[in-house]
Design a protein around this ligand. Structure first.
Ligand code: NAD
Ligand code: UGA
Length: 439
């Protein structure tokens, strides 16, 4: 099929590349001409493992192209995906300005009837609204059908998830539209859930909210374990064997971040509020997460008293490993607080440093070398469980740091390892061992 994808961010670019890989002819459109120029050179504008190879291959085989001109990209499309951002507004609701702009672009540039597929995460009711806008704006005797096809990929494993996901959800207004979408996606060889549009829109929010709930739940258990000398990892393991609970998303830590859980949980609370429903459970999930993101600050202050002039190594800036994305990363909360308390910070990340410089206002030092960050530091805070942080020889902390004091927001090391390496080691939800005992 001839497909256009509007938006070349994490979702749009990966979707466009994947659809071309399974044989469709795809044109990806972005408003940002610089991005398009880079993409046209075969260079991805985001970091995602495996993306560049697939992109280059399909460009060479003439199934994948990029343009900044909507008219050119939409002229021959039979199906148009919308994959633009839906960031959070100040009141927590989803900002649909980009989706509306994309809808206008479609209305002004299609030359034949098309199916519009909304991949962006949008509140229930948005798909039908967009359809009616496009059909009222276009006056060339053409019209659109609409389908909701929410995306479930995770950053850092987006390509893998697209080809090996658990399900594809298609919410369509009629069986014919659903069948076209099912046919497009057939080569992915995944279970397809066909449903109505409103339910498809809700499946996306409910899935993200449920996963966020699991994380806040285990973080609350971890905080209780901290008080009761129990070990949250043992607890999660024991819970996870129950197939009704499952082992995934039970990793306690510094709280969830990223471009979606925070904004989508807030948007669902807002959506519920608009319909006079107070979503108590989800409000608590969000509150627990906000607290979790700064939990380590209390532990650091308790240890040091004053942080004035203390040198801190921040290990990891991205909200999770294998991505250069800092959106809602706990680093964006921790760094300003530590800097305000007078700490002098050096932040390490293997790939997110240039994005971090655009988003962090405090004057700190950046490095993509883990050892450089640790050199002479008085304490280290682990924000992201990058493999090189997890796999570091723990003796390096003692050799490089002024004082080997670690505040581990991701439980990267076992308590035994930490003890053997002579570290003062604070982690999340594991038996507190007094510094005297650990040393
Ligand atoms: P993003 O911000 O990374 O990318 C959006 C892109 O759209 C940008 O490149 C921007 O320049 C472009 N754009 C904006 N308006 C445009 C227009 N009118 N025409 C052409 N291009 C336009 O966003 P993202 O992270 O890919 O997220 C997109 C949507 O998918 C969001 O609704 C998000 O909630 C959802 N989602 C994201 C993920 C994820 O992991 N990032 C996963 C599942 C769902
Ligand atoms: C998440 C969902 O997993 C995807 O299915 C969804 O498509 C996406 O949001 C979205 O809608 O954008 P993503 O945010 O990329 O994907 O990453 P996750 O792996 O889900 O991690 C999110 C956050 O939760 C990270 O900060 C991670 O460190 C944290 N997390 C995850 C935990 O603290 N504990 C866990 O057990 C799992």
């Amino acid at each position: 099929m001839k497909i256009a994808v509007i938006g070349t961010g994490y979702v749009g670019l990966v979707t466009g590349v994947a659809l071309s890989e399974i044989g469709h002819h795809v044109t990806c459109i972005d408003v940002d001409p610089e991005k398009v120029e880079t993409l046209n050179k075969g260079v991805p504008t985001i970091y995602e493992p495996g993306l560049e190879e697939l992109m280059k291959k399909n460009m060479a085989e003439h199934r994948l192209a990029f343009t900044a001109k909507h008219a050119a990209g939409l002229a021959e499309a039979e199906v148009v995906y919308i994959a633009v951002g839906t960031p959070q507004r100040a009141d927590g609701s989803a900002n649909l300005d980009y989706v509306m702009a994309a809808a206008k672009d479609i209305a002004q540039n299609i030359t034949t009837n098309v199916i519009v597929v909304i991949k962006s995460t949008v509140p229930v009711g948005t798909n039908l609204l967009i359809k009616s806008f496009i059909n009222s704006w276009t006056n060339k005797g053409v019209s659109v059908k609409i389908a909701s096809n929410p995306e479930f990929l995770r950053e850092g494993s987006a390509v893998h998830d697209t080809f090996h996901g658990d399900r594809i959800v298609i919410g369509a207004e009629d069986p014919e539209t659903a069948n076209v979408l099912a046919e497009i996606n057939k080569p992915f060889d995944m279970p397809i859930v066909k449903t109505d549009i409103a339910s498809a829109e809700m499946i996306k929010y409910a899935s993200n909210a449920f996963l966020a709930t699991k994380i806040s739940f285990i973080n609350e258990i971890a905080n209780l374990c901290d008080q009761l000398e129990a070990n949250v990892e043992e607890v999660a393991k024991g819970m996870g064997f129950d197939h009704r609970i499952g082992p995934d998303f039970l990793k306690a830590g510094i709280g969830y971040g990223g471009s979606c859980f925070p904004k989508d949980t807030n948007a669902l609370v807002q959506l519920a509020g608009n319909h006079h429903h107070k979503f108590n459970l989800l409000e608590s999930v969000i509150e627990v997460n906000n607290h979790q993101q700064v939990l380590l600050i209390d532990k650091i202050i308790k240890h040091f008293g004053s942080l004035k002039g203390k040198r801190g190594a921040i290990l990891g800036l991205a909200f999770k490993p294998h991505t250069d994305d800092l959106r809602e990363s706990p680093a964006l909360v921790m760094i300003p607080k530590l800097a305000q308390l007078g700490a002098e910070l050096t932040a390490y990340d293997p790939i997110a440093v240039s994005n971090a410089k655009k988003q962090i206002n405090e004057t700190i030092t950046y490095t993509d070398n883990l050892q450089t960050a640790l050199q002479n530091a008085d304490f280290a805070v682990i924000i992201t469980d990058w493999p090189d942080v997890k796999n570091i020889d723990l003796s390096s902390y003692e050799q490089l740091m002024h004082e080997p004091i670690i505040f581990d927001g991701r439980n990267c090391y076992s308590l035994d390892e930490a003890k053997q390496a002579n570290l003062i080691y604070y982690s999340i939800g594991r038996p507190n061992q007094s510094p005297e005992l650990i040393r």
